[in-house]
Design a protein around this ligand. Structure first.
Ligand code: HEC
Length: 115
């Protein structure tokens, strides 16, 4: 009898452990790791910077400083990054940048935390 109870408890424990591990990995997929954040910062300066200026002050593309983006919603900036602006030099980045990452980049630009 005691053995039965112990084995039932053990099963319950296993279920908890598995669901904990699953939820932890889902969370990791949604968040952006520190390493990936650094990659995105480099991409912003090297790739975006080639058109928008190393300091985001503009060049071939417009300035992406907080003052320039002041009245522009984060959603619009995110969409511009993901899909580009057809008919202009602004390319789509959807194949390299995920929607979560584009959202993160938009808030980085709006807060002027790109350097
Ligand atoms: C090949 C040049 C080029 C590259 C590379 C480039 N852009 Fe652009 N981008 C442009 C141009 C040109 C525009 C203006 C498009 C227009 O006339 O609407 C623009 C527009 C934008 C806008 C909208 C600005 C506004 O005021 O509405 C954002 C945001 C933006 N780019 C972000 C980025 C980010 C982030 C990257 C890198 C991931 C990037 N761009 C890379 C050329 C570029």
């Amino acid at each position: 009898m005691t053995a039965l109870i112990w084995s039932a408890l053990y099963r319950i424990e296993l279920v908890f452990m598995v669901s904990f591990i699953l939820s932890a990995s889902v969370y990791a997929g949604g968040a952006i790791t520190a390493g990936r954040q650094q990659e995105l910062r480099n991409l912003l300066i090297q790739d975006c910077g080639s058109c928008h200026g190393l300091k985001m002050k503009g060049g071939l593309g417009p300035a992406l400083l907080p003052s320039a983006l002041r009245n522009k919603p984060a959603e619009m900036i995110k969409a511009t990054i993901l899909d580009g602006r057809p008919g202009t030099a602004m390319p789509a980045w959807r194949n390299l940048i995920s929607p979560t990452e584009a959202q993160w980049l938009a808030s980085l630009l709006l807060q002027g935390e790109t350097q």
